[in-house]
Design a protein around this ligand. Structure first.
Ligand code: SF4
Ligand code: SF4
Length: 125
């Protein structure tokens, strides 16, 4: 048995989970992570995942059961990841939110909107 990474991880990759794994059993693909059979079911990574993407194998939602086999298969192909990394893709900020932020900035209300400006730039450029 092992824990399984499911589709909420796709395009997220905050990799908080990797930092707590005592047996370094996460593997990194181009747009999500998977867990190998080396998982010792310690449960530590579940609370660290901001996307609620990690489930115990028996508890994987029905629609995502294909991820059980995917984790097994891809963890044998993808490289091991043992340290937290900068996220590859930032939270998706819609164009509408970006325009609203721009209006706030134009109105002279830069703070606390600065961080959203950065996210808008990263998402849409
Ligand atoms: S913290 Fe969750 S969403 Fe982020 S990389 Fe790990 S499993 Fe994927
Ligand atoms: S349950 Fe524990 S051993 Fe398994 S992947 Fe998560 S942190 Fe690693």
């Amino acid at each position: 048995m092992a824990y399984v990474v499911t589709d909420n991880c796709i395009q997220c990759k905050y990799t908080d989970c990797v930092e707590v794994c005592p047996v370094d059993c996460f593997h990194e693909g181009p747009n999500f992570l998977v867990i190998s059979e080396d998982c010792v079911d310690c449960d530590m990574c579940v609370a660290e995942c901001p996307a609620n993407a990690i489930f115990y194998e028996d508890d994987v939602p029905e629609k995502q059961e294909s991820f059980i086999a995917l984790n097994l298969e891809l963890s044998q192909e993808w490289p091991n990841i043992t340290e937290m990394k900068k996220p590859l893709v930032y939270p998706n900020i819609s164009i509408g939110v970006c325009l609203a932020v721009m209006n706030k900035i134009l109105a002279g209300e830069l703070y606390p909107w600065k961080k959203y400006t950065i996210l808008c730039t990263l998402t849409h450029t």
